[in-house]
Design a protein around this ligand. Sequence first.
Ligand code: NAD
Length: 293
Amino acid sequence: MTNTIGVIGLGNMGRNMAATLVKKSFTVIGFDLSETACKQAAEQGVIAATHLSTLTEQCNIIILSLPKAEHVEAVCLGDNGLIHVVSPRTTIIDTTTSVPETSRMVAAEFSKQNIAFLDAPVSGGPAGAATGTMSMVIGGEMEAYKQVLPVLEAMSSVRVHVGDVGAGNIAKIANNMLAAAHLITTAEALTLAEKAGVDPEKVLEAINAGSGRSGASQAMFPTWVMTKAYDSGFTMGLMRKDVGLAKTLAQSLNLTLPMAMQTAALWEDSAQKLADSDDFCCIAQCTNPLLFG
Ligand code: NAD
């Protein structure tokens, strides 16, 4: 393993992961289509490349942090994609929340060239990426996982290897299905209490000391909803994507998951009121615009 790491996608997550690796003495070469993203990353010590080949020539570990599966497929297998320029014995760590089938298909193409591909989606938001305290769920060959462990350890405080390639995204989709539901159910619980005449701030405190607590009640509501800051760094568009991934996965398995389907319907309906660029915590406003708006 060399000390030079490539990062493709320097947005809210990728830029902060790259900056963390720089702080931990890795040399990081970054690539993004957006000039602003490259400039912001360069300010944090990342060497911004203008071509993918600059990065592939110098790195045998490449991290992807892209919006969606279609971007992963384009960056990996497209006409100007990694597959054409990547050096043998490279390991690609895809931290995008993506489609399991895409991970498997891309990994199969890379394995023909002796290149390992791990799907390793993350939790913890830009703050977790900036402090190296993300949680990661990893799918892929154990040998490749162990080889890149020092890099994963530099970026995260918890790592769970969940199975073969694609398993990381399945675990992440299951997690985000819950987070998406908890945001709405917490908004509903606080609305119920408020309408019945009890201070929602106090009720949130009680929930967080009780069995109804969740990541939404413990982190999202206190930090971004009750404060009305709505600046988590995770967009409505990306969460809608994740909820859609859960719905598609359930349907592909012929599963009847009524709560998940209701959650998906509510996130889909939110498009009438909230833009893709809005903060994902704004979903609470669809339940109670007066309390959370
Ligand atoms: P983002 O939109 O802020 O960043 C994505 C970056 O990818 C952008 O800078 C964009 O220019 C770049 N990009 C797109 N296509 C590209 C290409 N072909 N080549 C190079 N760069 C390209 O998104 P984000 O919030 O950083 O999220 C990245 C991934 O992490 C998503 O899959 C998201 O679901 C997941 N995620 C995000 C958070 C969060 O809190 N933001 C938390 C956990 C997981």
